[in-house]
Design a protein around this ligand. Structure first.
Ligand SMILES: Nc1nc2c(ncn2[C@@H]2O[C@H](COP(=O)(O)OP(=O)(O)O)[C@@H](O)[C@H]2O)c(=O)[nH]1
Ligand SMILES: Nc1ncnc2c1ncn2[C@@H]1O[C@H](COP(=O)(O)OP(=O)(O)O)[C@@H](O)[C@H]1O
Length: 207
């Protein structure tokens, strides 16, 4: 699957954030996008899950029915897609192209199936894993977030065990960040991206 041909002008490298549900990916990426205006662009995924209070269609996700999403997948519109906790999720080609067209660092928030599939493309992102300090803390944070039913919570915690093991596989992630204290984790994320951030600032200043 080709998103951007290797011979096209080199833009900034995209960033993949992955890790268990509740690890703090959205919190960290929202902080990053707030601090760095016009440097990052979020790859807005499609999902068949319902929007949570406060989430916006077209901003957090494109919320679609399974029928619509499956038809779009069959049509070849997606770079990758996966079933997670009973719902379909996927990154459309358009989601990434929209961000890359603006020469911004494209951030993808995807699960481990997504990571495996993106590795088969020529997207060449920086792979960052966000991990919770422990299963117990992950459960507490997910419960306190108050977004999941008991069933959804169980499914996410089961998936989290597998995601946590996956993050230990050598060579999968460029950086693994344990999100204990938010400010410390954020500092590590920023540090991992500083070169790419400076590159985009330079490009944007000269254009
Ligand atoms: N493969 C894949 N995973 C995605 C995509 N969008 C979101 N996810 C993952 O789906 C999982 C569930 O996301 P979500 O329902 O927003 O719940 P949350 O992670 O608990 O906030 C997370 O691991 C996300 O990283 C996507 O486009 N592709
Ligand atoms: N370092 C942290 N310490 C305490 N709570 C946190 C921390 N990071 C995130 N949270 C909280 O944990 C919950 C899960 O974080 P979230 O960003 O939604 O995770 P994800 O996007 O990975 O599913 C949220 O309620 C968030 O406010």
């Amino acid at each position: 699957m080709f998103v951007r041909h290797k011979w096209s002008m080199a833009g900034p490298r995209p960033v993949v954030l992955s890790g268990p549900s509740g690890a703090g990916k959205s919190t960290l990426l929202k902080k990053l996008m707030k601090e760095y205006d016009n440097v990052f662009g979020f790859s807005v995924s499609h999902t068949t899950r319902n929007p949570r209070p406060g989430e916006e269609d077209g901003k957090d996700y494109h919320y679609v029915t399974r029928e619509v999403m499956q038809a779009s997948i069959d049509n070849g519109d997606f770079i990758e897609n996966a079933e997670f906790s009973g719902n379909l999720y996927g990154t459309s080609k358009a989601a990434v192209q929209d961000v890359q067209a603006k020469n911004l660092i494209c951030i993808l928030d995807i699960d481990m199936q997504g990571v495996k599939n993106i590795k088969c493309t020529d997207l060449n992102p920086i792979y960052i894993s966000i991990q919770p300090p422990s299963m117990a803390l992950l459960e507490k944070r997910l419960r306190d977030r108050n977004t999941e039913s008991e069933e959804s919570l169980c499914r996410r915690l089961n998936a989290a065990r597998v995601e946590m093991e996956f993050s230990k596989e050598p060579g999968v992630f460029d950086v693994v960040i344990v999100n204990d204290k938010l400010e410390d984790a954020y500092g590590k994320l920023r540090e991992a991206l500083v070169e790419e951030i400076n590159l985009v600032k330079k490009i944007n200043m000269s254009s």
